[in-house]
Design a protein around this ligand. Structure first.
Ligand SMILES: Cc1cc2nc3c(=O)[nH]c(=O)nc-3n(C[C@H](O)[C@H](O)[C@H](O)COP(=O)(O)OP(=O)(O)OC[C@H]3O[C@@H](n4cnc5c(N)ncnc54)[C@H](O)[C@@H]3O)c2cc1C
Length: 439
């Protein structure tokens, strides 16, 4: 099946929504802006919770909604002109079976809270009873690199298509930003055969998201495979030749020549629609839409889920598939008046070369009282990094070590902290200990 089959079948006329309502014998309608991980999880769960009314998913991307994690990994290795349908989030049959109306290639430009109505960039309107904002986040671009050909950010499938088109004939790649996205792209580019330089302004990789030993382990992996890392230095100037990217000058004076530049310096919640409508946002969380534990915004008929949302009182805004799915499930339960699903410890994964990292909990950054206990064969093989403050377990980051990830997840969800002095002892059996202590 081609990805374009979706727009052919499902970019239906807006009046179809009313026909659907009759099918259900239920007059209420839920509209979701954003058909990605959060929006689709919500739709799936709200149907499972028994919602019989009209469900409409809207996205400005073309074609069937696709998974995001492969975009920095396997997706970039492929060379075909069209994306492989194995990356679709759902098949066309699923939308049909679940009676979900999918409008792609359509941008919502305005929300009118008083009239409970949306306006599209083509001037059409659509009313809702409940609205779910699942608009995600937008990648930041380096100001100096704007408008130059062969300079990219990566968030959406069309951006990944544009990157892979250039990457397979390029020689030297420069990646600005040593976070997870930048490092995953670096690993994939090395597999394609490019020379790769990664530039990170902080004094180490993953400075906002991983503990120092995990960053050290991953830096070693990249260096062994030939990636040149520049840390503690930023970009002073971006060079172009007749509008085509040609290299950068770093603030430490280094000149790098390149024919493709990927900027991975973080994202900003895509909350403009909410802000313009007068929905409360949180400046300290990058302008994310502020929600309560039901994912409800300051407007009683509008929910926000996934990367665009920030739950009041949280230590930080989460950006992960798990959060997209969990927040979607919470909003779906809340709308249907069902009990909220049990809260799980936040987790995400990253794949670089042969190393799979799974991280659960939140590693506080820049906290001198937080330390890591290493369990396993660091740095070569499988290892897990248990972050503690005093004797309280806060997070577990596991590299090639799914068992330790599961143990850490169980500990965090049951609020139990194995003694840090036992963790590094490979004779110690954490599972037996957990079973004994959680009984
Ligand atoms: C390359 C990449 C790799 C990743 N890898 C991992 C990983 O390995 N593990 C992990 O846990 N997480 C990973 N993530 C993060 C994860 O994909 C995100 O947390 C997740 O996609 C968030 O889902 P979302 O639905 O909230 O937002 P998004 O996926 O950003 O989707 C938002 C959607 O809303 C649409 N939209 C926005 N505004 C409008 C509008 N006005 N009108 C119409 N449509 C609109 C957008 O087109 C978009 O499709 C990765 C992300 C990227 C980009």
């Amino acid at each position: 099946m081609k990805n374009s089959d979706f727009s052919d079948q499902y970019d239906v006329n807006f009046s179809r929504r009313d026909n659907r309502k009759k099918d259900y014998g239920d007059t209420s309608s839920i509209v979701v802006i954003g058909a990605s991980h959060a929006g689709i999880s919500f739709v799936d769960k709200v149907r499972k919770n028994g919602f019989m009314g009209s469900l409409t998913l809207i996205d400005r991307q073309k074609g069937g909604p696709m998974q995001r994690p492969p975009l920095s990994k396997d997706f970039l290795l492929e060379t075909s002109e069209t994306p492989n349908s194995k990356y679709l989030l759902k098949t066309s049959k699923w939308y049909k079976d679940e009676k979900v109306i999918l409008h792609t290639d359509v941008t919502v430009s305005k929300i009118n809270l008083r009239k409970k109505s949306l306006t599209f960039s083509n001037g059409k309107n659509l009313d809702y009873d409940k609205l779910v904002l699942a608009t995600g986040a937008a990648p930041r671009m380096l100001h100096a690199a704007q408008g130059i050909a062969n300079v990219f950010v990566l968030r959406q499938p069309d951006q990944a298509m544009a990157i892979r088109k250039i990457a397979h004939s390029a020689r030297n790649a420069i990646i600005i930003g040593g976070g997870y996205i930048g490092l995953e792209i670096a690993a994939t580019f090395r597999q394609i055969g490019l020379e790769v330089s990664v530039v990170e302004v902080a004094d180490r990789l993953l400075a906002r998201v991983a503990s120092p030993p995990v960053a050290e382990l991953l830096a070693g992996l990249h260096q062994e495979r030939g990636v040149v890392l520049y840390t503690g230095t930023g970009v002073e100037e971006v060079f172009q030749n007749n509008g085509l990217f040609s290299g950068v000058k770093l603030t430490d004076g280094t000149n790098l020549v390149g024919d493709i530049l990927v900027v991975g310096i973080g994202v900003t919640p895509d909350s403009d629609l909410a802000l313009q409508a007068g929905i409360e946002t949180e400046t300290t969380a990058g302008g994310a839409v502020l929600v309560d534990e039901y994912q409800l915004t300051s407007d009683l008929d509008v929910f926000a889920i996934g990367d665009v949302a920030f739950q009041r009182g949280s230590p930080l805004r989460l950006e992960s598939i798990h959060n997209a799915q969990e927040s979607g499930a919470r909003a779906a339960a809340a709308i249907m008046g069902k009990p909220l699903p049990a809260v799980q410890a936040p987790w995400f994964w990253s794949d670089q070369y042969d190393a799979n990292l799974q991280s659960v909990g939140i590693v506080p950054m820049g906290d001198r009282n937080v330390y890591q206990v290493i369990r396993g064969e660091f740095p070569e093989k499988r290892a897990s990094f248990w972050s503690y403050r005093d004797k309280k377990l806060l997070a577990v980051e596991a590299v090639r070590d799914g068992a330790s990830f599961m143990l850490g997840k169980k500990c965090l969800e049951e609020n139990i902290s194995p003694n840090p002095s036992l963790i590094s002892d490979l004779e110690f059996d954490p599972m037996a200990w957990i079973l004994k202590n959680s009984a």
